[in-house]
Design a protein around this ligand. Structure first.
Ligand code: XIL
Length: 451
């Protein structure tokens, strides 16, 4: 049963799950009371959201880059490594090595991965634009199928189509090899192909200058509404949110996010960066975070890079960490707007985790259980928890963990199978099969211990 905790999120979770707990369906235990999240990822996790960043594979070897990433973020988007020119530079020949580096870095630390992007007019190799319509359709579908198959089960959300609409008042589609040769239907076709390729991934349409209500966002809105009405698979809309003084955070940002959410899709802030400095930059960032928090279906925020020095708009210093990885005023404001706090309250450097049980498949003779381990407000390097079954139940199989048993065989202690590192707020899970032997009671999950 839940131990006492100061986490607002956990209180809400526990209150909301009382019924399920009674039914033995789900239980949460926490090793240590937690302070408000002290990192972006942990603070966002307490609101049920991820906080991500674009990542470039060639910087992962830089110690401060990797340590800032690992400490602060719970999701990554490869900045360029999954684009068409990177993964299929010549027809039918795929190269996933740089993107794989990012995905394995993220996976080993419990971070989510956003896939970016499958069909886009930019960073598109020359061979694609040279194809006939028939060939282009085949190549587009093959590209989606191959890339999504390679990452199947590892991607939280895919930007299936990026930037297909024109800027300005026309509301028209942007000219591109896809648009020009295949017509409007290419977008729908890409989404249908994508759904079949990895049914577990959320499928997003992603664009810029669609952050407020305007002709371009109206055109995207009309398309999403039509997709939902006709059952074309779409789960989310990404708002890039690249802002500067010429293109500031729109006053109707929140209501624009909300009207998309009301169509029955998630919304995500996918490439946030805001040129500027000091308090005015911090205020703009805070307005973006507030808007997302106010929209239930705004499921996460990704900033387009970690440090100003590697930003694609470096001269505009648009990110949360300066060129020396110092936290900028915008960082602190984002953290506090998320409900987090950088000082006090927590155990300094305290490694904590929670363990949450959920019942999975059940058969007449046995059931599967899953325990999700979530790091608290600090990154952790290892964890352990116990799963106790009621005799004559027997745990006959486990996966994704390294178990030991007490002499009765009823109490299993589970530790990570390999690297147990999790970023603050990040999660991993293990599973097991229990033979009922006449007793279908849910197992008791012990406190989660982290180091
Ligand atoms: C940018 C990258 O940040 C740069 O490194 C690259 O040179 C160009 O692309 N919209 C998108 C992103 O969807 O993929 C773009 O990323 C920024 C605009």
């Amino acid at each position: 049963m839940p131990s006492s905790t100061s986490s607002r999120a956990r209180r809400a979770l526990v209150l909301g799950l009382t019924g399920l707990l009674a039914a033995g369906g789900l239980a949460t235990t926490s090793g240590t009371a937690e302070a408000a999240g002290s990192t972006l990822g942990a603070a966002a996790a307490e609101t049920g959201r991820y906080f991500g960043t674009a990542v470039a594979a060639n910087h992962l070897g830089e110690a401060q880059y990797a340590s800032t990433l690992d400490a602060e973020f719970t999701s990554v988007t490869p900045e360029n490594e999954m684009k068409w020119d990177a993964v299929e530079p010549s027809r039918g020949s795929f190269n996933f090595s740089s993107a794989d580096q990012i995905v394995s870095h993220a996976q080993s630390r419990g971070m989510k991965v956003r896939g970016h992007t499958l069909v886009w007019h930019s960073q598109l190799p020359g061979w694609v634009s040279g194809l006939s319509a028939t060939d282009l359709r085949t190549a587009m579908n093959n590209h989606i199928n191959q890339v999504m198959a390679h990452y199947k089960g590892k991607i939280h959300s895919w930007d299936v189509v990026n930037e297909a609409f024109q800027d300005g008042s026309s509301g028209a589609r942007r000219s591109s090899p896809f648009q020009d040769k295949l017509g409007n239907g290419f977008i729908e076709e890409a989404f249908r192909t994508a759904r079949a390729a990895d049914p577990a991934a959320k499928l997003c349409y992603n664009d810029y200058n669609t952050d407020g209500v305007n002709a371009k966002s109206n055109a995207v809105y009309t398309m999403v509404k039509d997709f939902k009405a006709r059952g074309v698979p779409i789960d989310c809309v990404g708002f890039q949110s690249h802002f500067n003084s010429a293109s500031p955070v729109p006053a109707d940002y929140q209501s624009n996010l909300q009207r998309f959410a009301d169509l029955g899709v998630d919304v995500q802030i996918t490439e946030l960066d805001i040129e500027g400095s000091g308090t005015s930059q911090a205020t703009s960032y805070s307005n973006v975070v507030k808007a997302c928090l106010a929209v239930t279906r705004c499921t996460g925020i990704t900033v387009w890079g970690i440090t100003d020095k590697y930003s694609w708009r470096s001269s505009g210093t648009p990110l949360l960490f300066d060129s020396n990885y110092n936290k900028k005023p915008a960082y602190t404001t984002v953290l506090t707007t998320l409900g987090g706090s950088s000082g006090g309250g927590g155990t300094p450097g305290g490694a904590t985790c929670t363990a949450t049980y959920s019942k999975q498949e059940e058969w007449s003779d046995r059931f599967n259980g899953k325990v999700t381990i979530t790091a608290g407000s600090s990154p952790i390097t290892s964890w352990s928890t116990t799963v106790t079954v009621t005799s004559p139940q027997k745990t006959i199989a486990t996966w994704n963990g390294s178990p030991t048993w007490d002499s009765s065989g009823n109490v299993m202690t589970m530790r990570p199978n390999g690297n147990g590192s999790l970023a603050a707020g990040a999660s991993t899970s293990f599973g097991f099969t229990v033979m009922k032997n006449g007793n279908s009671a849910a197992p008791a999950i012990g406190a989660c211990t982290a180091s």
